[in-house]
Design a protein around this ligand. Structure first.
Ligand SMILES: Nc1ncnc2c1ncn2[C@@H]1O[C@H](COP(=O)(O)OP(=O)(O)OP(=O)(O)O)[C@@H](O)[C@H]1O
Length: 271
């Protein structure tokens, strides 16, 4: 195996270390999913994770959402720790109130949309701002209408999710995530369940988000052109580690690691 990605490339160029993973490990039985993983992202940075299936990409997003705990290591968002490894290896979890505070600043868009099926589009987008952030119904609706216009669905506010195409549902999910005005937006294979044409519409919306907001974006995708367009850095994962980290032009045009080259070739062969 060649050299691991360099320290410099693993650390963000922007505004210090906003998201910080330090020696994070996770295993399921014999399956080592994350192996002493270290990386950092700056506020406003957009990073894409690429790599073979099962290499641990989604696990990272799930840990930031506190849906999964590491076995060891430290994870920090801004000044706030989610998990902290003490001397001697003991993992300390942040308290519930603290985790709730961090969680308000992070939203995730999933592969499978996960809209509330019994709520109309507008209510899907206003629900969390009203109940989690405490916005009035009027404030939340004003914010939601702006976002639904941005994703091209302001004419569908009264529809139920089942009356929308997959691409439309995913655009509502993006509006719903942005309605929380998050500091961090996590995107997990958001177009994998969509036909190419619908996927293109969703990726265009996300390109707009990247262009017009300063939200920190951590994205898992196989859509390499999209990754090239929006990312400041691309990280190549393999067997629970980052084996290569570089700006997108470098990663896609002249990858240095043999494993990266074969992975990118396999993705090209698929498309
Ligand atoms: N709850 C769980 N119990 C057991 N194994 C799990 C669990 N969650 C994830 N894994 C395993 O952890 C490994 C990493 O999964 P993860 O979803 O992070 O990979 P990935 O790189 O995102 O893959 P993909 O591109 O296919 O989504 C896989 O081998 C998976 O089977």
């Amino acid at each position: 195996m060649s050299q691991p990605a360099t320290e410099a490339a693993l650390t963000s160029r922007k505004d210090g270390q906003f998201i910080h993973f330090d020696k994070v490990s996770k295993r399921f039985g014999d399956n080592v999913v994350l192996n002493d993983l270290c990386f950092a992202m700056g506020a406003g940075e957009r990073v894409t994770l690429i790599g073979p299936s099962g290499s641990g990409k989604t696990t990272i997003l799930r840990m930031l959402m506190t849906l999964m705990k590491p076995d060891t290591g430290t994870i920090r968002v801004g000044e706030d720790y989610l998990y902290h490894e003490e001397r001697g290896g003991k993992l300390v979890e942040a308290g519930e109130a603290h985790i709730r505070k961090v969680r308000q600043r992070i939203t995730m868009v999933f592969q499978s949309f996960n809209l509330f099926p019994n709520m109309r589009v507008l209510r899907n987008v206003t629900e969390a701002p009203v109940h989690v952030l405490g916005l009035s119904k009027e404030e939340a609706e004003e914010r939601a209408l702006g976002l639904l216009e941005m994703v091209g669905l302001d004419h569908k506010i009264d529809a139920y999710p089942s009356q929308l195409s997959g691409g439309q549902q995913q655009r509502v999910a993006i509006a719903r995530a942005l309605a929380m005005q998050p500091d961090v937006l996590l995107l997990d294979e958001v177009t994998s369940a969509l036909d190419p044409e619908l996927a293109a519409g969703v990726l265009d919306v996300l390109r707009d988000v990247a262009k017009t907001t300063d939200v920190t974006m951590l994205c898992v995708t196989h859509a390499m052109k999209f990754a090239r367009d929006i990312s400041h850095r691309v990280l190549m994962f393999c067997e629970g580690r980052i084996i290569e980290a570089a700006p997108p032009e470098e990663m896609f045009d002249s990858p240095t690691h043999e494993r990266t080259r074969s992975f990118l070739q396999s993705v090209l062969d698929e498309t």
